[in-house]
Ligand binder design. Structure first.
Ligand code: SAJ
Length: 406
């Protein structure tokens, strides 16, 4: 039986996927409310295909509890925040979970860490916890790192189809854990050592962050001399060896906006391009705020209460607001503007910021300048409703005439 520890954005779909493919799974989370919701037959976030997967896993007998189980395999999937000052990974949740596993696990158990960690974290923080509990790593307890790679918005598909990496101290244990993942994963599963697995995950997200920063920088260069960045990127990407991502209002989520900082924190004098890229992405919401001011001036909009931000989530068609560019922009505007801007997002039904609307038409009636912060399908399908508004389109999705861009 596998005990999945942490039933958040990654742990839950992973547990459901394994259970629905014939593996006996118990999911554990210290959040009683979350466990109660799952036990009441409801999922805790929106994701394509998640509800169907949940039903299949329930049918297959998955259980949810706040208790750690005595079993032979654990998958730890808890958050890894970063310390905003040192930029280093904060492994407190991973360490806490492994400590709790140590209290119940029998000798011979395998502990798989799925959470993203910086290279060396397992050596530095996880191994000592196991040794302090009197266990010998490689004999009493086997340690594995199997970083997840799925993208919110397409998690269920990617769980089934993405290639995976498994880092283990021994080939034998790596192959054993590979079998669990192979129960559902149709992609290739590479077995390597733990530090390589740690590094590959962080490097993948860093590659994306640097590429987005490059697009954001191009966007600023093009704005400076009135060139069309989207047309330029489109043409450049027709070259067989060029693949530039898209500029946007900033980089959010718990991955691309966080993981690259681990490398800056651990290698401050070496990770120069990464450091600059992260600063560029982090300053993009301020850049949007400046564009809003320019456009207000150009259109004689003097009252910022007539400005509305469309979208609160960190990207399209998800209900996750972690590190969202809109939240970063709102935090920044508090320093510059007396009154908060208006905000609306179809995916956020609870009030989480001031001046938040819950209906697209009411929101649009109340604003003159609409800033498209997130390219949810809803706005793509309702472009006509923006007719007559001043529009700042941060994603180049609007086809109406006279639209402003970043
Ligand atoms: N963004 C841009 N321009 C782009 C693409 C994205 O500005 O061209 C922005 C998005 O709007 C968003 C942020 O970047 O604010 C991050 O979104 P994302 O869709 O690029 O990535 P995440 O954070 O949802 O998921 C990433 C994925 N990593 C890679 O593609 C290398 C996913 O595969 C990982 O599993 C996930 O991080 C994770 O958990 O680490």
């Amino acid at each position: 039986m596998i005990n999945v520890i942490g039933l958040g954005y990654i742990g839950l779909p992973t547990a459901l996927m394994m259970a629905s493919h014939g593996v006996e799974v118990v999911g554990t989370d210290y959040n009683k409310e979350l466990v109660a919701t799952l036990n009441a037959g409801k999922t805790t976030f929106k994701e394509d295909g998640l509800d169907e997967l949940f039903q299949a896993a329930l049918k297959a007998g998955i259980k949810f509890t706040t208790e750690y189980q005595k079993t032979d395999t654990y998958i730890v999937s808890v958050p890894t925040p970063y310390d905003k000052f040192s930029k280093k990974v904060d492994p407190c949740y991973v360490v806490g979970a492994v400590k709790d596993v140590m209290k119940v696990c029998p000798k011979g158990a395998t502990v798989v860490i799925e959470s993203t960690v910086s290279p060396g974290t397992i050596d530095k923080f996880v191994r000592p916890v196991i040794q302090e509990n009197g266990f010998k790593i490689g004999e009493d307890i086997h340690l594995v790192h199997a970083p997840e790679r799925i993208i919110p918005g397409n998690m269920v598909y990617e769980l089934l189809h993405n290639n995976r990496t498994i880092g283990a101290d021994s080939k034998e244990i790596g192959e054993k854990v590979k079998k669990y993942y192979a129960s559902f994963c149709q992609g290739e599963i590479v077995v390597t050592d733990i530090r390589t697995a740690e590094m590959t995950k962080v490097v993948e997200n860093t590659f994306r962050a640097v590429n987005i920063a490059f697009a954001n920088e191009l966007c600023r260069i093009c704005r400076h001399d009135n060139m069309d960045v989207y047309e330029i990127i489109k043409i450049c990407n027709m070259h067989p060896r060029v693949n530039i991502l898209q500029p946007g209002p900033g980089v959010g989520g718990h991955c691309i906006s966080v993981d690259p900082w681990f490398l800056v924190g651990d290698y401050p004098s070496l990770a120069k391009v990464i450091d600059e890229s992260m600063k560029t992405n982090d300053s993009q919401p301020d850049y949007v705020l400046n564009r809003i001011h320019e456009i207000m001036k150009e259109n004689n909009i003097t009252d910022n209460r007539r400005v509305g931000l469309y979208g609160l989530t960190y990207k399209e068609n998800v209900d996750d607001c972690r590190e969202s560019p809109t939240l970063q922009l709102l935090e920044s505007q508090e320093k510059h503007l007396a009154r908060p801007l208006k905000v609306y997002d179809p995916f956020i039904t609870k009030d989480i910021v001031e001046n938040q609307f819950h209906d697209l038409d009411t929101f649009l009636n109340d604003v003159d300048l609409v800033v498209i912060m997130v390219k949810h399908d809803e706005i793509r399908q309702n472009m006509d409703k923006l007719k007559g508004k001043v529009i700042l389109d941060c994603h180049n999705i609007c086809t109406l005439p006279g639209v402003y861009h970043l």
